[in-house]
Design a protein around this ligand. Structure first.
Ligand code: SF4
Length: 613
């Protein structure tokens, strides 16, 4: 009896076949689940140099050992592939219900291979796994796809699907389940290239546990503590929207494509403003917090628009980043992105990039299908989102992401493409919070906000502006994130509520694996996963030269950003040295042979030597 099913589904779309195979116990013990297991399969099975949008790429969906149990905020699913944005490893974590029901159906994950000759979807239930024709679904938005699959397979069907953006190969397309999304590195794009529209699962619990009574006892303690946790209650009341005002005050919230740090009228998109149109909470399976804020617009040009958001990242990407303080437009834009299956962070960045090029005269109305692009103009933003999601006109170019778009535009446009390794920056100004800058520079998946969170720096407990003695903390933050993504627990600290020891106790009670009893063993899984991701990237030609920040952060003093005004990121090199030293990597950013062996990765030493020459 174990919370691991120990089985995954392997889909061969080229030949329209599926098979069920066991997950070796060794792999579960070394990588736990989710991101760790997903990355280990991708490393083992993907040859270096595979084109991300070819049939040779794979997409891995993987649950964790606590998923579908009654523990809080752990029923999330990792998505792993090679990214069409960066050419590097891609990892993302998606919430919702789909993953829990996949576990109830008897599987811990799915590996998608090959490419269908025409659109298909996958249906999983007690009668087996079927790859079915999706002609009637192709072209539908994500909401319509959910509705149609529920009409076909029953109201209780759990769905994860791509939208028009994924079908049309917008490079930053997502996978969407209900209103939760995952895959900001282009997982939806890879699925679109494979012509896989959706997964649908019908199943019922419960899941077996190794020691159900022991699990219940620890879980009860955790839940009792969570009931009155102020941090958890704040997440439930406001979601991440409560971050906006505090971060704007200290210059962390970037404005006008990272040109400055103050947003006039920011209070119009604060948590208080947004909570005034909240209708209910929503969220992931097995979470008492349900941080999703369902909000509805009444009256005005966006009358009736409803979305489960926007969260802090989207308040920024389609709000502050565009100098847009119209909260109704944020609801409408968030909803539109969800329906199109579009990542709001890269979409907002791509639009901000276009607005700045327009401001500087690098592009004109002739390039933008006649649209004027002025800061704060949300009507133009809505038009651009439609164009991007449907790959029409100027939207085709913006749907490539800022790095590729800048290369096509030329005329110095690359200076305004705010990205690392091809992935656009999230809502954190590196010049105002230097440790976060180091995360964005070193993240193996590009500039993601989900790759390590320097909590003490963000809260102000540690100095945000110094550029020394941060490498060790950031190495630890990245290890902790990798551990959380492998367990898989929600990244919002206060919502899971368990200490490292309680987490270990839950893992042992759920799985029966005694190794998990030691919290240090669990953290080692995170370090191993992080290191293997780096090895994946080394095989693809990545090294220190790719661990960088946009030129703007390294050369332009930050304007109008409270205590961060005038800041430039000067000592990235010094911080990189500290970071590599802390992780046992060479000064080229490559894991050393000794570190690989210490982590039990001796088998990849040969690869690393071969590709790092
Ligand atoms: S806090 Fe939000 S994101 Fe985290 S598990 Fe709960 S609903 Fe999902």
């Amino acid at each position: 009896m174990s919370s691991y099913n120990g089985r995954l589904i392997r889909l061969d779309l080229t030949n329209r076949r599926s098979r069920v195979e066991g997950i070796p116990e060794r792999r579960m013990k070394e990588y736990l689940g989710g991101r760790g297991v997903g990355v280990s399969y991708l490393y083992d099975e993907l040859k270096p140099g595979v084109e991300p949008l070819s049939a040779d790429n794979k997409v891995i969906l993987m649950m964790g050992p606590l998923g579908a149990t009654q523990a809080m905020s752990v029923s999330r699913m990792a998505l792993v592939t090679k990214s069409p944005m960066t050419g590097a490893i891609a990892k993302s974590v998606m919430g919702g219900n789909f993953g829990a029901y996949l576990k109830f159906a008897g599987y811990d994950g799915i590996i998608v291979e090959g490419e269908a000759d025409k659109p298909v979807y996958v249906h999983i239930d007690k009668d087996g796994i079927k790859i079915l024709d999706a002609a009637g679904l192709w072209g539908l938005d994500t909401q319509q796809t959910h509705e149609k699959l529920r009409q076909m397979h029953g109201k209780a069907t759990q769905v994860a699907c791509i939208g028009p953006a994924g079908e049309r190969l917008v490079r930053y397309a997502l996978l969407i389940s209900n209103l939760r999304c995952g895959g900001r590195t282009g997982v939806g794009t890879v699925l679109g290239a494979k012509k896989l529209k959706a997964f649908a699962v019908n199943s019922a619990g419960p899941l077996s546990l190794y020691d159900a009574e022991g699990f219940r006892k620890v879980n009860k303690e955790v839940i009792e503590g969570l009931k009155t946790s102020p941090g958890r209650i704040r997440m439930s009341d406001f979601g991440t929207s409560y971050l906006t005002l505090g971060f704007e005050k200290v210059g962390i919230f970037p404005v006008k494509n990272f040109q400055e740090g103050h947003l006039e009228g920011v209070e119009k998109i604060s948590e208080e403003a947004l909570v005034s149109i909240k209708t209910k909470n929503d969220g992931c399976y097995g979470c008492m917090t349900k941080c999703g804020q369902v909000r509805k617009v009444s009256g005005g040009s966006y009358d009736g628009a409803t979305s489960e958001g926007p969260d802090y990242e989207t308040i920024w990407s389609l709000g502050g980043n565009l100098a847009n303080t119209d909260k109704d437009s944020l609801i409408a834009a968030d909803s539109l992105c969800d329906r199109l299956g579009l990542d709001t962070v890269s979409a907002g960045n791509s639009i901000g990039f276009a607005y700045e090029l327009y401001q500087r005269g690098i592009i004109t109305k002739k390039d933008t299908d006649g649209l004027e692009l002025n800061w704060g103009d949300h009507a133009a933003m809505m038009k651009l989102l439609e164009k991007i999601g449907n790959r029409e006109g100027f939207g085709q170019l913006l749907g490539e992401g800022t790095k590729r778009a800048a290369a096509k535009i030329g005329k110095g446009a690359e200076d305004y493409a705010i990205q690392v390794k091809g992935l656009e920056l999230p809502a954190y100004e590196p010049r105002a919070v230097k440790g976060y800058g180091l995360v964005l520079a070193t993240s193996n998946i590009g500039a993601s906000h989900m790759y390590g969170r320097p909590r003490d720096e963000l809260s102000g407990k540690k100095d945000r502006l110094t550029e020394v003695d941060k490498g060790k903390d950031i190495a630890q933050a990245e290890i902790s994130q990798a551990t959380q993504d492998s367990v898989i627990q929600c990244s919002f600290g206060p919502v899971t509520g368990f200490s490292p020891q309680q987490r270990s106790d839950l893992l042992v009670a759920a799985t029966g694996f005694k190794e998990f009893a030691d919290p240090a063993y669990i953290e080692k899984v995170g370090e191993r996963t992080l290191c293997l991701e780096r090895c994946f990237n080394v095989r693809e030609g990545f090294d220190r030269k790719d661990d960088t920040l946009p030129k703007r952060m390294r050369t332009e003093p930050l304007k109008d950003a409270g205590p961060a005004t005038g800041q430039v990121f000067k000592n990235l090199d010094g911080l990189l040295d500290e970071f590599y030293d802390a992780l046992g990597y060479t000064r080229q950013g490559i894991p050393s042979e000794a570190k690989l062996k210490e982590l039990g990765l001796g088998g990849v030493v040969k690869d690393v030597k071969k590709y790092s020459k």
